[in-house]
Design a binder for this molecule. Structure first.
Ligand code: CP
Length: 348
């Protein structure tokens, strides 16, 4: 896999709660590990035994398609068992708190808790009170670290660099945990980040994050390498913060026409999903040759495998190093598995 020796450097932290707290080297370690896992995902048999005997609990109290299923697949690809809790089918309905729910699950012997919750800081509370490694899968409009990591991996694969790349994040910045995590991650890796949207959807003081602010899309798009489109999050708006959807489309929708007139020829389009087709982005752009939307989703599995692999999962780390099972290197394990696969094919 990704190491020549029997030891792979792990993260020196128990939990993954946000991009803000990660050092550049930690981000790069996660990306490099994910690139190694992508190789495994291309194999005919996409399962490795690295987390055999470990268990993850998924606590998702907000809807999810991409994040939940890619975490789930990542766990399965690593031979990790899983249990799932949702607000609608658990004792949360009977008044049990999030923390009590998590502690009861941990009493059944867990290694990881992956949590999505509408309250900013929900994952921090669990992290403080559990011995399992907690991964934030989105907390309100605060952070969505694994989304930012998969976005960075997609950018790295396309451009083979970060330094100096110009990205424009367009849409509902105010309510977007993805925007916050992406801005922190992109800035840490040397990218030039701008945001654009209606004034009511741009947080006050966002310039303090080191980004440039535009209200006019046509000006904003010029010279950018990446346009990162965000969904209008109606579920997080207490009041309508823009006059009408029709007006939003007219001023901020990313269409072929806007790209043809104002964007660089080789600009790429990203979006975290779910996509509101015909609102923030035209279907032809979402499905077009410039779109990296599905590669982003593909990279989500490898990034989440890397996060599970690099976090301690409720077990101590020696100086941030993962002790491999019986001292065997990941590369050796991978080779053995390939050889086993070859033998099986030969037998047929
Ligand atoms: N990008 C993202 O978080 O998508 P889901 O809400 O489907 O998980």
């Amino acid at each position: 896999m990704c190491a020549d020796s029997s030891e792979i450097k792990g993260l020196k932290r128990k939990d993954l709660l946000g991009i803000l707290e990660l050092r550049r080297e930690e981000i790069e370690l996660i990306l490099d590990t994910a690139i190694s896992f992508k190789e495994i995902l291309e194999r005919p048999i996409r399962v490795v035994p690295y987390l055999r005997g470990k268990t993850v609990a998924f606590l998702f109290f907000e809807p999810s398609t991409r994040t939940l299923n890619s975490f789930n697949l990542a766990a399965r690809r690593l031979s990790c068992d899983s249990v799932s809790v949702s607000a609608s089918s658990s004792s949360i309905l009977k008044g049990e708190t999030l923390l009590d729910t998590a502690k009861n699950l941990e009493a059944m012997k867990l290694n990881f808790v992956v949590v999505r919750h509408s309250s900013p800081g929900a994952s921090h509370i669990l992290a403080k009170n559990l011995t399992s490694s907690v991964i934030n899968a989105g907390d309100g409009s605060h952070e969505h670290p694994t989304q930012a990591l998969l976005d960075l991996l997609t950018i790295k694969e396309h451009f083979a660099k970060f330094e100096g790349l110009k990205v424009l994040i367009v849409g509902d910045i105010e309510h977007s945990r993805v925007a916050r995590s992406d801005i922190w991650g992109m800035k840490k890796l040397g990218m030039d980040v701008s945001v654009c949207g209606p004034p009511t959807l741009i947080p006050r003081d966002i310039e303090k994050m080191g980004v440039r602010v535009y209200y006019n899309l046509k000006e904003a798009i010029e010279g950018k390498d990446i346009i990162y489109v965000l969904r209008i999050q109606k579920e997080r708006q207490a009041i309508g913060l823009f006059p009408s959807t029709r007006e939003y489309i007219k001023l901020y929708s990313i269409t072929e026409e806007v790209l043809e007139k104002y964007a660089k020829r080789d600009v790429v389009i990203m979006h975290p999903g779910p996509v509101n087709r015909g609102i923030e982005i035209a279907p032809s752009v979402a499905d077009g040759t410039r779109s990296l939307i599905l590669p982003q989703v593909t990279n989500g599995v490898a990034i989440r495998m890397a996060c599970f692999y690099l976090l301690p999962g409720g077990e101590g780390r020696e100086e941030g190093r993962v002790k491999r099972e019986e001292g065997r290197g990941m590369r050796d394990e991978g080779r053995e598995r390939r050889e086993e696969g070859g033998e099986r094919r030969d037998e047929r």
